[in-house]
Write a protein that binds this ligand. Sequence first.
Ligand code: PBG
Length: 321
Amino acid sequence: MGPLRLGTRRSKLAMSQSGKVADAVSQVTGRPVELVEITTYGDTTREHLAQIGGTGVFVTALRDALLRGEVDFAVHSLKDLPTTQPDDLVLAAVPRREDPRDALVARDGLRFTDLPDGARVGTGSPRRMAQLNAYARGHGMRIETVAIRGNVDTRIGYVRKGELDAVVLAAAGLSRIGRIDEVTDFLPVDTVLPAPGQGALAIECRAGHTAQDTALVAALAGLDDPFTRVAVTAERSLLASLEAGCSAPVGALADLLADGQIVKEMRLRGVVGTTDGSTLVQLSTTGPVPETHDQAMALGRELAAEMLAKGAAGLMGERAH
Ligand SMILES: NCc1[nH]cc(CCC(=O)O)c1CC(=O)O
């Protein structure tokens, strides 16, 4: 048998996380893994993701390569993955999640709460804008959120060149490309809830039409982290039930509540808001740690129903598509 072919985007972030997954897959399968670089629509378009809708723009080309048999599995950032799973593909593994928080990279080592009056803060994410602006309004701060996009290096470049006072990025992405030292403040999740699935990766395969596919899915299961899987399932169920795309202003995070070493319950928090931060619907639910996929899905649906009852639908500009 030849090497396994791993389909990946070619950005520095994607190549770095795919390289790590390749090593882990080699370990569990005993086979060499070869990286196959694929350009996605999200990599070439110059449009703002909030405008093109975001849903699947980084994913579709990778999925097509999988379905055509050009690669054996694909590695995605889970937060970029649409909540609808195609029948012929399967999430073979969700490895243990890294730090899910958003992080600030600001000039002069500034923390978020120390930003000066009128500070310009760059982010392309309506979710980040909504929560940053809501915090500022509630704490007598005045900031201006500025829509930017581009890869991580480009975004940090706006601060280094003095065009912005700060940018907000996912801590996990910075860590994966070796730039975590540039973070000047980790934003508490009470201030900014991350995107559903942020900090987690997804390893996707064909759903076992051949004996080889089936064997690969079984081997990759060894890389799955069951708690991360349950947590991101609940978060993504919330997103799906709100009928929001991945560029909608929705944050969600599931975490465990423990008493010492003993895990007691899982908490799921969700937020949706207007980008100007004038209105946020933020709710949380706590219950037994889900033991099945269906239980995790139910938790997300229940919280979504409560958020919709509080007017969440009216706050999402962008609908599912
Ligand atoms: N939308 C872009 C994207 N998709 C995944 C990550 C990296 C972090 C992660 O895996 O959640 C990033 C960059 C960012 O949001 O700063």
